[in-house]
Design a protein around this ligand. Structure first.
Ligand SMILES: Cc1cc2nc3c(=O)[nH]c(=O)nc-3n(C[C@H](O)[C@H](O)[C@H](O)COP(=O)(O)OP(=O)(O)OC[C@H]3O[C@@H](n4cnc5c(N)ncnc54)[C@H](O)[C@@H]3O)c2cc1C
Length: 505
């Protein structure tokens, strides 16, 4: 078994880490097939937990990666004349080229053999070749990224589904170290946002995104790269100071979420972006790629039969990846809707941005940055739906704040299905299909798909586009989730129960 040959196509984080893990486990002779080293990308962000994992797993490369990182614990959000800072997260920024360089050097030190990428490699070894190969135990790994040629050559076996985001992005860099966070600008065509993260003393990465219609107003499709760079530099001039933006990817493109229906077939297996991608706004693709590599190496080390090893690997990793893809979907949708969110008061907007991800809730942030959640409560109290003079002193959670419903004021925001509020939500006019409401407030059923953002999207839209007071009808909800949705300006309260708030015919 130690003579098994591992052919790894792709020298990104997934392929390199797999090679390192296999060598550290003393497994056979490996071959990493490198692409022409396209140092694509500028900087990326890594979670603190992931940097810990890297150091724990392979201390040699892990320490080098940690040293190459810049670390921050707060996020600065700036939009049209205001800015707010929120804390609670430890995040690392690193140059992608530095990360790849460290992993590549480490792999070479361990004896991994690199060969140049071959154009026909992916297509020259299809499943039948592999099944018939003399070296029956050999393993062929597609670690060649989101546009994987290995996956494409065996599309019938891997059954990839690829969906595109509603917004488009440019991956950019600027020669200055900015505070990490988000810059939001309102321009004639709509809203544009830059995700900003510093990764060196004098370098920052920016992912600039907007809806396609907004991109078209910045510069006509087909415009020269330098024109687009100049226009974006002007749009973010207040934040950039003397720095200018340079596009690393061009032209604008949608983000492609890849979901391979199967991750392995015969002797072939996919890892990292070749098998699955997650929207950049959750900054998790590198971690998933490396975790895949670790799980696959462990399975191959423990199982004499590669196909059995692949099955173990896929069973372990699929649920983790699917959960994160759901989270990434929520985050993607939130950014696609940013033109509505930006109408919220500054601190509420910042809170909504943080809580687009399932893991971040009101309670979670209140424990880590109580000053910030205190400001969010004050923003809620100042909203016209809240009678500020009736907010009792010391209220620490949104669900207990009073709410105006027409000429009534109610002393909290969670109502039973048989409460007057729910029962008296008669059909007086129809706002849109399926949602019937009272002029003073509407009761909107929770969506049955996705996570927080997707499930409450219809409610949020009615609240922030039409200015209505919106109660979400939910079968059940935790206090923390209700607080999170209210604080994020997605809803104003909840009707809880199996039939609560159903439109009365
Ligand atoms: C705009 C944007 C921002 C992102 N920001 C972050 C972030 O902040 N944090 C984060 O964790 N993730 C981020 N990601 C995702 C992250 O870059 C990927 O998830 C991660 O790099 C996946 O690693 P991988 O090794 O699977 O694929 P890749 O990194 O794509 O590596 C694949 C490698 O294979 C090579 N290759 C391709 N074809 C062949 C071939 N035929 N033969 C040989 N080699 C080949 C390529 O040159 C490449 O080096 C971002 C992605 C995008 C698009």
């Amino acid at each position: 078994m130690t003579d098994r040959r591992y052919t790894i196509v792709g020298d990104g984080p997934a392929g390199l880490y797999l090679a390192i893990e296999l060598m550290r486990a003393g497994r056979g002779r490996q071959v990493v097939v490198s692409a022409a080293r396209s140092a694509l990308g500028t900087g990326i962000v890594l979670d603190a937990d992931f940097v810990d994992l890297l150091e724990h797993r392979d201390p040699v490369s892990g320490r080098r990666i940690r040293q190459a990182c810049r670390v921050w614990s707060s996020v600065r959000i700036a939009a049209g004349g205001w800015e707010t800072v929120t804390g609670g997260h430890l995040i690392h920024g690193v140059s992608r080229a530095a990360l790849i360089g460290i992993l590549r050097d480490r792999a070479a030190e361990l004896g991994v053999r690199f060969v140049p990428a071959q154009d026909d490699l992916a297509s020259s070894r299809d499943a039948d070749d592999a099944d018939d190969a003399d070296d029956a135990g050999d393993v062929f790994v597609g670690a060649d990224g989101a546009g994987s040629a290995v996956r494409a050559a065996m599309a019938a076996e891997f059954k990839p589904e690829i969906s595109e985001s509603g917004s488009v992005y440019l991956w950019m860099r600027a020669g200055a170290s900015f505070a990490p966070g988000f810059w939001v600008a309102e321009i004639d065509g709509g809203t544009i946002v830059a995700h900003v993260y510093p990764y060196a003393a004098d370098q920052s990465a920016l992912v600039v995104e907007c809806l396609p219609a907004v991109a078209r107003t910045i510069a006509a499709p087909g415009s020269d790269r330098r024109i687009v760079e100049r226009k974006l530099t002007q749009i973010f001039a207040d934040q950039l100071g003397a720095a200018v933006l340079a596009a690393v990817t061009f032209p604008w493109r949608p983000f492609r979420t890849v979901r391979a229906g199967r991750w392995h077939h015969g002797r072939h297996v996919l890892i990292g972006d070749a098998a699955h991608t997650t929207h950049y706004s959750v900054g998790s693709g590198t971690r998933l790629a490396v975790e895949d590599a670790i799980a696959l190496a462990e399975a191959l080390t423990a199982n004499p039969d590669p196909e059995a090893a692949f099955a173990v690997y896929a069973a372990l990793r699929r649920p983790v990846v699917l959960a994160l893809q759901d989270d990434a979907d929520s985050s993607r949708i939130w950014f696609e809707d940013i033109g509505r969110h930006v109408r919220l008061p500054a601190d509420q907007f910042a809170f909504a941005l943080r809580c687009r991800r399932e893991v971040n809730t009101f309670g979670w942030l209140a424990r880590r940055d109580p000053a910030f959640t205190g400001r969010v409560l004050r923003a809620l109290a100042a909203d016209r739906r809240c009678p500020a003079e009736e907010v009792p002193a010391g209220i620490a959670v949104p669900r207990l704040m009073p709410l105006r419903l027409g000429d009534r004021v109610v002393g909290g925001r969670i109502f039973g299905a048989d409460s007057q509020i729910a029962v008296q939500a008669p059909r007086t006019y129809q706002i849109s299909d399926g949602i019937r409401g009272h002029p003073d407030y509407v009761v909107v059923p929770v969506g049955d798909r996705g996570q927080r953002v997707e499930r409450s999207r219809a409610a949020e839209r009615l609240r922030n586009e039409h200015g209505l007071t919106v109660l979400l009808r939910v079968p059940e909800i935790s206090d923390d989730e209700a607080d999170t949705l209210i604080a994020a300006g997605r809803i104003d309260g909840c009707v809880v129960g199996p039939k609560g708030g159903e439109a009365i015919e």
